[in-house]
Design a protein around this ligand. Structure first.
Ligand SMILES: O=C(O)CCC(=O)C(=O)O
Length: 298
């Protein structure tokens, strides 16, 4: 199958300067994605500095990296994967060790009032943070692609699942690795993923890049997506790094039912899922509240 995306970015975008929260939630519900121009601008300079500090720290620790199933991990927690041809080392950065524990600006961005107003309009009144913040870093000249995928392949939820907000830290275009989204794909349900160079991804024959819509943007632009919305990004072919950071939120009663990072460990989690659902519900980690109240549940 080789269809082209029928959408334009104008169908899914708004500006923070004239923010209409209800319209934002309507776009998100219909398309499973939403672009808000300029949303994260106040945090970008500081987050960029912190990400560069985390990248330098991680490269200095590269000789101490330990092999793990997804690649290698340095002692500070950065995930490396194999480097592209032509690099003077065998590993490249993928997920930077930067989160709400290591960067004040990143933590503050997770509580941004405009972002939370939109998330509340999408998820309802009781909202918690899901995860600890995630920073992806594509190194220059060939930095990793992230194949089209649904985040629910990694963390499928019982209910609506998390809303992710991916934020550009530098101006991002077709050369340095714009995020591509497939509007409407959140209605397709959970799709089968396979192992790719950048972990779980969709079969490329069925989901070529032509089926997706690239989002070109400025530093501070934000892309919201449903946990089942197909998205990904190509290699960074520029001569500078391409950093992004992601904040995620979910309803306070939601929880992971199936998690995985490879086709094999996800298949094993699927088998355990039915029996484990109740236990996971009881034990699942609860995030910090950004809206509403969490009543006691015995
Ligand atoms: O780095 C990117 O552009 C994509 C990241 C992504 O798709 C993810 O972490 O789910």
């Amino acid at each position: 199958m080789n269809q082209e995306s029928n959408y334009n970015v104008e169908d899914i975008e708004l500006s923070v300067d004239s923010l209409d929260v209800e319209k934002a939630a309507d776009i998100f519900e219909e398309h499973g994605c939403l672009v808000v121009r300029g949303l994260m601008k106040p945090y970008i300079e500081k987050i960029n500095q912190d990400m560069e500090a985390a990248a330098s720290e991680s490269l200095a620790l590269i000789d101490e990296a330990e092999k793990i199933v997804e690649g290698w991990r340095t002692p500070n927690g950065t995930l490396f994967i194999p480097a592209p041809d032509g690099y003077d080392r065998d590993k490249q950065i993928m997920v930077l060790a930067m989160n709400y524990q290591t960067s004040g600006a990143f933590f503050q961005s997770a509580f941004d009032e405009n972002a939370i107003r939109i998330v509340e309009a999408i998820l309802g009144p009781n909202v918690e943070i899901f995860g600890n913040g995630q920073c992806l870093y594509k190194e220059p000249v060939g930095g990793h692609p992230k194949h089209l995928h649904q985040d629910s392949a990694y963390f499928e939820h019982r209910y609506q699942g998390p809303v992710g907000i991916l934020n550009y830290v530098v101006d991002t275009d077709l050369v340095n690795g714009a995020l591509h989204v497939v509007p409407g794909s959140h209605k397709l349900g959970q799709l089968k993923h396979v192992d790719t160079f950048s972990h779980l991804g969709l079969e490329e024959d069925e989901w070529p890049w032509e089926r997706s819509l690239p989002v070109i943007g400025k530093a501070g632009d934000s892309i919201f997506f449903n946990v089942k919305t197909i998205h990904g990004s190509k290699q960074n072919m520029s001569d500078k790094p391409r950093p992004v950071f992601i904040n995620r939120y979910r309803r306070t009663d939601d929880f992971v039912i199936i998690g995985g990072t490879t086709a094999q460990n996800r298949a094993e989690a699927e088998k355990r899922a039915a029996a484990a659902e109740e236990a996971k519900k009881a034990n699942s980690d609860r995030g910090l509240m950004v809206r509403g109240f969490r009543p006691f549940s015995a």
